[in-house]
Design a protein around this ligand. Structure first.
Ligand SMILES: NC(=O)C1=CN([C@@H]2O[C@H](COP(=O)(O)OP(=O)(O)OC[C@H]3O[C@@H](n4cnc5c(N)ncnc54)[C@H](OP(=O)(O)O)[C@@H]3O)[C@@H](O)[C@H]2O)C=CC1
Ligand SMILES: CC(=O)C(=O)O
Ligand SMILES: [Mg+2]
Length: 522
């Protein structure tokens, strides 16, 4: 008989105590949790799932950013696959090394070139793939053995990496675009051959490459593909905006079609979000042109206008054609010109939403929508506490990385977390269960709307725009079921077993297929 002191729930409590004994040393906690995952996977997931708000920030943003910066120094044991440019011509054989080929269903692939807002970290970006897949498991119910973290090593332009004798990757500059295209084509073909049932999530590629490889493979690859930074972020922010816009309109009396969104940051995340937010307006009956007209962008040079020379391709669609004065540069003067109802930050510019900016938003709107979405938290455009104080509690807020609730004038306020982790697990799980051939725009959009609909009355009464993180498994189930339904409508599903199921039966099916750790936590 197991001695009572070794009973599973005691071991759970003991492990949690060991973790918490590290106090504020979050990187130490990250290392502890990584080791725990390697020697007792069930315990790792039990702890994660039972303590999502506490553990998520340790295995994901913000601590994962620190782990990436230090990865070549804290590295213990490989947890995923590294595929390097030196493997060109032999990629299939490298992929075949992975031991659990038959079970593999989902991969997160990064080339480490834009890790969170931290820039080019090369193969030190691997913790991003690992962390996202832990969330696929805990958040949606993928079996651990069905997940495959991949980091592509195409060199790095980060001088710190190149000079670090412990750097784990190739000590060379990044290869050029033509060489990268040839590598990626071979990689994607090899993936489909070795893992025919896999769904590929591209993560944290630099902006031009993020758009380029999504376009190149989403309709042509033999396995389904989506880009989390463009589509996942778009979906999660659309969802938060749907709920926020209603709250804001209730306070102002403005029609939903009167909202105007100003973006600070026009990279893969900003433009991805704007394309998705457009569907908020088209769902209200607006034309595409009118919907686009509600959106304004600022990049490092100011308001993006169509007359700007050498405008990058991904910025052209949203470039304003209706402004012809001298270039508008500062955020504050652009707010005066645009008069936005919502301000979204995807700029990596810490503190860009200054007191002046936030107060201006509060003068323009009884309930301004302010989403500083850059990660990790050290790059957030403003803090929750600041947004609450500078708007006297009126702000509708969501950030990319988590902030704690804040008590102001005796009332407790809850920040939203507008992070793609709320949607990619459910979209991926739905896609895999449907055995989809492609991830369509409508699957992503409906995943987003399912998230928006998932708020409970209690959450709505508290003014929340995203569900509590503790409910992420339940919410992912709803998203996955909706995604399967849409995959069927769009005829990109291949799972005949699910074809005649109604929505209730689909939900039950998703629930039954969700994996849970066996460790008892109570
Ligand atoms: N919350 C979430 O779920 C997610 C958050 N993100 C976060 O979004 C951020 C941006 O990611 P991504 O789009 O890929 O990154 P990019 O580097 O591609 O984009 C950054 C954008 O910010 C602009 N910018 C930089 N400095 C300034 C400035 N001083 N004033 C105005 N604009 C500026 C850049 O301008 P220019 O084009 O002129 O260089 C660029 O358009 C990251 O921090 C990332 O972590 C990303 C995905 C998901
Ligand atoms: C959350 C995320 O995907 C990012 O910051 O890149
Ligand atoms: Mg990302």
């Amino acid at each position: 008989m197991t001695p009572p002191a070794l009973a599973q729930n005691n071991q759970y409590k003991r492990t949690l105590l060991q973790l918490r004994s590290k106090g504020e040393r979050n990187l130490e906690k990250y290392i502890f949790l990584s080791s725990l995952k390697q020697y007792d996977e069930d315990m790792f997931y039990a702890i994660l799932m039972a303590n999502m708000p506490e553990i998520c920030p340790l295995i994901y943003t913000p601590t994962v950013g620190e782990a990436c910066l230090e990865f070549s120094h804290i590295f213990r044991k490989p947890e995923g696959l590294y595929v390097s440019i030196e493997d060109k011509g032999n990629i299939k054989n490298i992929l075949k090394i992975w031991p659990k080929k038959a079970e593999t269903r989902i991969t997160v692939v990064t080339d480490g070139s834009r890790i969170l807002g931290l820039g080019d970290l090369g193969v030190n970006g691997m913790p991003i793939s690992i962390g996202k897949l832990s969330l696929y498991i805990a958040g949606a119910g993928f079996k651990p053995e069905s997940t495959l973290p991949i980091c592509l090593d195409l060199g790095t332009n980060n001088p710190k990496n190149l000079e670090d004798p412990l750097y784990l990757g190739l000590r060379q500059k990044r290869v050029g675009d033509a060489e990268m295209d040839a590598f990626m084509d071979e990689f994607m073909d090899a993936m489909a051959e070795v893992f025919p049932k896999i769904l590929v999530q591209f993560e944290d590629f630099s902006t031009e490459h993020a758009f380029h490889y999504l376009d190149r493979y989403r309709h042509t690859a033999k396995v389904p593909v989506f880009n989390d930074d463009i589509q996942g972020t778009g979906a999660v922010v659309l969802s938060g905006f749907v709920n926020a816009a209603k709250l804001s309109s209730d306070a102002s009396g403005r029609a939903l079609t009167d909202h105007k969104v100003l973006f600070l940051g026009a990279g893969s995340a900003g433009v991805g979000v704007a394309k998705q937010v457009m569907s908020f307006f088209t769902l209200q009956g607006m034309s595409e042109a009118d919907a686009r007209n509600r959106i304004y962008f600022i990049d490092s040079q100011g308001l993006i206008t169509a007359d700007r020379p050498k405008l990058q391709e991904h910025k052209k669609y949203f470039a304003r054609t209706d402004y012809s004065g001298p270039p508008l540069k500062g955020l504050s003067e652009i707010i005066d010109y645009v008069k936005p109802t919502a301000l979204f930050g995807l700029s990596t510019m810490k503190g860009a939403f200054t007191q002046e900016v936030v107060e201006k938003m509060a003068v323009l709107n009884p309930r301004p929508i302010i989403f500083p979405l850059s990660n990790p938290v050290s790059l957030s455009e403003c803090e929750f506490k600041e947004a609450i104080e500078w708007t006297d509690g009126k702000v509708i807020f969501a950030s990319g990385s988590p902030f704690l609730p804040y008590t102001y004038k005796g009332k407790e306020y809850y920040p939203g977390q507008g992070n793609n982790m709320y949607v990619f697990p459910g979209i991926g799980f739905g896609g895999v269960l449907a055995k989809c051939t492609h991830v369509t725009n409508s699957m992503v959009e409906n995943g987003s709307l399912a998230l928006a609909d998932s708020l409970t009355q209690e959450e709505r009464d508290l003014g929340m725009i995203y569900p509590r993180l503790t409910r992420v498994r339940e919410v992912s189930t709803q998203i996955a079921a909706r995604v399967i339904h849409i995959a069927q409508e769009e005829k990109v599903d291949r799972n005949n077993v699910l074809r005649n199921m109604d929505d209730h039966a689909l939900l039950e099916y998703v629930q039954k297929r969700s994996w849970y750790p066996s460790v008892k936590t109570t």
